[in-house]
Design a protein around this ligand. Structure first.
Ligand SMILES: [Zn+2]
Length: 482
């Protein structure tokens, strides 16, 4: 079978909606509140695997998991002025308890910097307790006024993993941001998600941050999606909340903080990037199921069909015993073709087909979801063959996703060339830039796209700044974004 990617690339939005619903990942748009989705059992398992993995990465690097209240009082949320300026149009407020107006207006958390800083000011008072790294995985609420999209732009973000750290000095906080970047790099690398890391420009930082670093990737429609961020918050929040600690010499100082987050978008990307016109291919490491066993009934006799069913169960059991998550689709109402259709929509990376021929020869036909290539293996070699093929699928998916991203990051000398490239093939365009914010902002206007920022290490460019013509310091990245 040939792998085509027409619907996937040209009609991505429809493709995505269909996969989420028919693949039973996520039910969106039917629950009677705008901008919220429902995780269905299969999608929830995928989400759980992703969460398990990020938890493991954070726990093993000294982060401690906590759980803060969902409610943040107005007085606290508005304490850091830049922060509230950035969020105020998006905050959901609870104003009533039953029929009574509340004395104190409380918000549904849009993020938790102020809430954690408040508690840290009670918990921490000495340099000896630092560094301190906390995280939580919770829902956050944002009143999005732009068109909402399943998993991508939501009013309730259900998988918001936010880490919050405290350090004595600015440099310590900056080193923590570097650790966050390396943790996220590992996270995305092991999920086969390629990315570009940029420092966000001054005018697009997280509200209240001194520096914001972001991971972006390119979706099948060429639009860019932010999948992770890390912020150096400096002393902005500790000053606003008057949170001080004692230094070694006995003096008091405001500690420095960082925060970093990922969200449901990671799962949206996992479902999307390796897809084709048959549906997604879920990266084996986090796929809820690695193999689906499909029995092919005999065309001749019931008796053989029964034996095939028993053989399919034997294959499924052998996989389960080896710890390979699998399912045997024994549904008598569906033809093998109907079964293929649904399991392809769920993105199960491998299919094991067993029919009368396989039964007779004691073999299993393994078919890759990504290439549809098949391999006939002896039952005795089943486990090693499955593991080998899952490894190969992971390697190939990673390679092709990386290649897709690289093909969508291009250098252009002028704003007009950048504009025409982005409107024809999307992706990220890098342009020579002098380093002035005014040129960056002008570029957004001319290109009619968003500035993602600049690389962490300055990139050498020979061409002059695409806006003012002065010597370029590095490149500035622009893209159409989600
Ligand atoms: Zn310039």
């Amino acid at each position: 079978m040939k792998v085509t990617r027409d619907k996937w690339s040209k009609n991505f939005s429809e493709w995505f909606d269909k996969v989420l619903y028919e693949g039973e990942f996520y039910d969106y748009g039917r629950y009677p509140v705008k901008g919220v989705g429902v995780w269905m059992p299969y999608g929830f398992r995928l989400r759980r695997n992703v969460i398990y993995f990020i938890r493991e990465l954070l726990d093993s690097t000294g982060h401690e998991e906590i759980l803060l209240p969902l409610l943040i009082p107005q007085e606290l949320l508005t304490r850091e002025t830049q922060h509230i300026k950035g969020f105020e149009s998006e905050v959901f407020w609870v104003t009533k308890g039953g029929s009574q107006d509340l004395d104190v207006k409380v918000s549904l958390r849009p993020t938790s910097e102020v809430a954690i800083t408040y508690m840290e000011s009670l918990w921490l008072n000495s340099y000896k307790q630092l560094p301190k790294k906390y995280y939580q995985i919770v829902s956050v609420f944002r009143y999005e006024t732009k068109a909402t999209r399943p998993m991508i732009r939501l009013r309730e973000i259900t998988t918001f993993k936010e880490a919050h750290t405290v350090h004595e000095t600015y440099d310590d906080a900056q080193r923590q941001v570097e650790e966050a970047i390396s943790i996220y790099s590992k996270f995305f690398d092991e999920l086969g998600i390629p990315y570009v890391i940029s420092e966000r420009p001054e005018w697009d930082r997280f509200a209240g941050a001194l520096h914001t670093f972001a991971f972006d990737t390119v979706m099948p429609d060429g639009k860019v999606i932010q999948i992770g961020t890390a912020h150096n918050l400096g002393q902005n929040f500790t000053k606003a909340l008057d949170f001080k600690i004692q230094r070694k010499d006995g003096s008091l100082c405001y500690p420095n903080q960082t925060s970093y987050g990922i969200s449901d978008r990671v799962i949206a990307v996992l479902i999307s990037i390796n897809g084709d016109d048959h549906g997604p291919v879920i990266f084996p490491k986090v796929s809820p199921l690695k193999v689906v066993v499909v029995p092919i009934p005999s065309k001749d006799t019931e008796e053989v069909t029964e034996k095939v069913m028993a053989y399919a169960k034997k294959v499924g059991n052998a996989l389960s015993e080896a710890g390979i998550e699998s399912v045997i689709d024994l549904d008598p109402e569906k033809t093998p073709g109907e079964k293929y259709y649904i399991w392809e929509l769920k993105g199960v990376p491998l299919r094991a087909e067993v029919g009368p021929k396989e039964l007779n020869n004691n073999t299993v036909l393994l078919k890759r979801r990504d290439t549809f290539q098949s391999k006939l293996v002896q039952f005795s070699d089943l486990i090693s063959a499955v593991n080998e093929m899952l490894n190969l699928i992971s390697k190939d998916l990673k390679y092709s996703a990386q290649k897709y991203l690289e093909e969508h990051v291009k250098y252009e000398r002028s704003a007009q060339e950048a504009k025409s490239r982005i409107s024809s093939s999307g992706g990220i365009v890098e342009l020579p830039w002098c380093g002035d914010n005014s040129c960056g902002m002008k570029l957004e206007e001319i290109v009619d796209a968003r500035v993602l920022g600049y690389p962490l290490k300055e990139k050498e460019v020979k061409d002059p700044c695409a806006v003012c013509g002065k010597t370029a310091k590095t490149v500035l990245r622009v893209a159409k974004t989600y």
